[in-house]
Write a protein that binds this ligand. Structure first.
Ligand SMILES: C[S@@+](CC[C@H](N)C(=O)[O-])C[C@H]1O[C@@H](n2cnc3c(N)ncnc32)[C@H](O)[C@@H]1O
Length: 206
């Protein structure tokens, strides 16, 4: 590799973190991330969905693909993964970084409608690194309803958070008939991240 090639390679690798940083400064409540998640977060999320029913995986708020890379490394096939990202610049970056991958540039709230329109395959897991606790409750409810509408029976919704408590408020879990489980804390991340898993309670008719 020539020196110029090396510089071009370095610039390409640096593009993701720099872009995330820039987008975060532009719209902190939406992006809320000065650094991509550590690989350990993506790995823990991969473990958390290991018991999912067979089917597709949808990643909400894929950003620059830090979690995506780990999902691919931990058993999710690229043709079984769909990325959803609201920010068009980050969405464009995802399309360039993962050529051929299904990338939807839209709000996660619209997932159910988009999935219906495209007659999407059964979904076994939805994984999210969106900053849920910065959203108003109406938005959290809309995202959860939309995700639950695409999930197969027994499917899991996995969410990360920097807070101690469940990122989906308890009364929203109750309203939707969801059981919340604190799956693990990932200490090797800045700051340490909690991983939560949500499943429909067996008695839930939703
Ligand atoms: C904390 S960053 C996580 C980025 C990346 N997944 C990571 O772990 O490094 C949150 C991401 O969620 C995206 N996002 C925020 N609200 C969203 C929404 N309503 N629908 C889809 N994506 C959203 C942001 O644009 C941002 O890329």
């Amino acid at each position: 590799m020539t020196k110029n090639d090396q510089l071009a390679d370095l610039a390409a690798r640096a593009e993701g973190p720099l872009l995330l940083w820039g987008r975060s400064l532009q719209n902190f409540r939406q992006v809320c991330s000065l650094f991509p998640s550590s690989p350990f977060v993506g790995r823990a999320m991969g473990w958390a969905i290991a018991e999912r029913p067979a089917g597709h995986v949808v990643e909400l708020g894929a950003g620059t693909g830090a979690v995506t890379r780990q999902l691919l490394r931990h058993g999710v096939a690229d043709e079984q993964l769909t990325l959803v990202e609201i920010d068009s610049q980050l969405g464009g970056h995802l399309r360039r970084s993962f050529p051929g991958m299904d990338v939807i540039i839209a709000p996660a709230q619209d997932l159910a409608e988009l999935w219906r329109e495209r007659d999407g395959p059964p979904v076994g897991a939805v994984v999210s690194t969106m900053p849920l606790r910065l959203f108003d409750e109406e938005t959290i409810l809309a995202i959860m309803r939309s995700s639950l509408a695409v999930l197969e029976p027994g499917g899991v919704f996995v969410q990360f958070t920097y807070r101690q408590r469940s990122p989906v408020p308890e009364h929203i879990c109750d309203a939707l008939g969801l059981a919340a489980e604190h799956y693990c804390r990932v200490w090797i991340n800045l700051p340490p991240a909690g991983i939560w898993v949500y499943r429909k309670r067996p008695e839930s008719a939703l």
